[in-house]
Design a protein around this ligand. Structure first.
Ligand SMILES: [Zn+2]
Length: 304
C-alpha cells in the first residue's frame, strides 16, 4: 500500500497546477484528501518523538509563497523537500480543483511541517474558509473531522474563491512540545495561518477534550479565544445546539479551561480581523459515527 501510494505521489507531484477540474489520466491516480492526511500522520514525528524540526524562517517564507501561488493558481514550484500534489476530485457537482503542499519523507519520515490542501482558486491569493487541525492523533479523530468538513465545504465553494485544510505534521508532544503548533508561533502551521487567516476569512480550529478531565462542560466548547464572541461563533453554537448537543459558549467565566485563550492562531486571527472559531469536542462526538456526521453537518452549515 505504501509503495503504491509513493508511486502515485511521484507521478502526480510533477503537476504544478491546482487544477481547473481537468480529468486527465493523472487525476485518476491522484491521492484523496483522506490518503494525504493518513500519510502525513504516518510519516510525521509521533508522540514524544525527537524527529520534529522547527523550520528556519527561509523555509517558512517559501512555504507561504508557494501556497499563495497555489491559491492564485499560477503554477508554483515547491520548495526543496516538498511537493505539490494534485488531489482527487472532491467538489462535486462542480469540481474547483484541489492540490496539496506536502513534505517529502526521507527514509520514510518527515520533519513534521504539516499538510496544506487548497481547493479552488482566488486571483488575490486570499482564502474564504480555513479548516485547522493542530493536534491530529493527540486530539483523536479531529483529523478525520477536519477532512470531512473541508470536503463538504468544497461542494458549496463559490467560483473565484478558495478554501484550505491545514493539518499539523507532528504529534503535539514531539520535541518536548515544540511541535505543538497551537502554542508555538515558530511553526510552519502558525506562519501559514497568520498569512492566510485574514479579514474576510472564516476559520475553524478543531480540538478534542477528555470528558473525564473537564467535567460539566457538556459535549462541545465554542470560543473565539477571548471574551468578545463573534457572529460566526454564535452560528456555530446555534448549529451544534440545534443538532442536539450540549454546547458551552465560552465567555470568560464558564468552561474556562477550554477557551483557547493562549492559542497563537487565535491571537493573530483576532488582530487581523478574521472570524476564527475554536471548537472543542468531546470523545463521544468524535468517536461515534452517528454523532460525528452530525457535527460535520452542523459545522458546515454554520460556516457557509
Ligand atoms: Zn487540542
Amino acid at each position: 500500500m505504501l509503495a503504491l501510494f509513493a508511486a502515485s505521489l511521484a507521478l502526480v507531484a510533477t503537476g504544478c497546477s491546482s487544477g481547473g477540474g481537468q480529468r486527465s489520466p493523472e487525476a485518476v491516480k491522484a491521492p484523496t484528501v483522506d490518503e494525504l492526511v493518513a500519510n502525513t500522520l504516518r510519516e510525521g514525528p509521533g508522540r514524544g518523538s525527537s524527529a520534529y524540526q522547527t523550520p528556519n524562517p527561509s523555509v517558512i517564507a517559501s512555504l507561504v509563497a508557494t501556497l499563495r501561488e497555489m491559491i492564485q493558481d499560477v503554477h508554483p514550484l515547491a520548495p526543496a523537500g516538498f511537493a505539490i500534489v494534485k488531489v482527487g476530485p472532491l467538489g462535486e457537482p462542480r469540481d474547483a480543483g484541489t492540490a496539496a503542499l506536502v513534505e517529502l519523507p526521507r527514509a520514510g519520515r518527515t520533519s513534521g511541517q504539516g499538510l496544506y490542501v487548497v481547493n479552488g482558486s482566488n486571483v488575490e491569493g486570499t482564502l474564504r474558509r480555513v479548516v485547522q487541525v493542530p493536534h491530529p492523533t493527540s486530539d483523536r479523530l479531529t483529523e478525520d473531522l477536519g477532512a470531512e468538513i473541508f470536503k463538504a465545504l468544497a461542494k458549496v465553494l463559490p467560483p473565484g474563491s478558495a478554501n484550505m485544510l491545514m493539518v499539523a505534521g507532528a504529534h503535539r508532544t514531539a520535541d518536548g512540545g515544540r511541535a505543538d503548533v497551537a502554542h508555538n508561533s515558530d511553526t510552519a502551521f502558525a506562519a501559514i495561518s497568520d498569512s492566510f487567516v485574514q479579514s474576510g476569512t472564516v476559520a475553524v480550529q478543531l480540538h478534542g477534550f477528555d470528558e473525564g478531565a473537564h467535567d460539566g462542560v457538556g459535549d462541545a466548547v465554542v470560543s473565539t479565544g477571548d471574551r468578545s464572541g463573534s457572529l460566526t461563533a454564535r452560528r456555530v453554537v446555534q448549529a451544534l445546539t440545534a443538532a442536539g448537543f450540549d454546547v458551552c459558549a465560552y465567555g470568560g467565566t464558564i468552561c474556562t479551561g477550554l477557551g483557547a485563550t493562549t492559542n497563537v492562531q487565535g491571537v493573530h486571527a483576532r488582530a487581523a480581523g478574521a472570524a476564527w472559531v475554536h471548537v472543542e469536542l468531546s470523545a463521544r462526538l468524535r468517536q461515534e459515527p452517528g454523532q460525528s456526521s452530525r457535527v460535520v453537518a452542523a459545522l458546515v452549515a454554520a460556516l457557509t
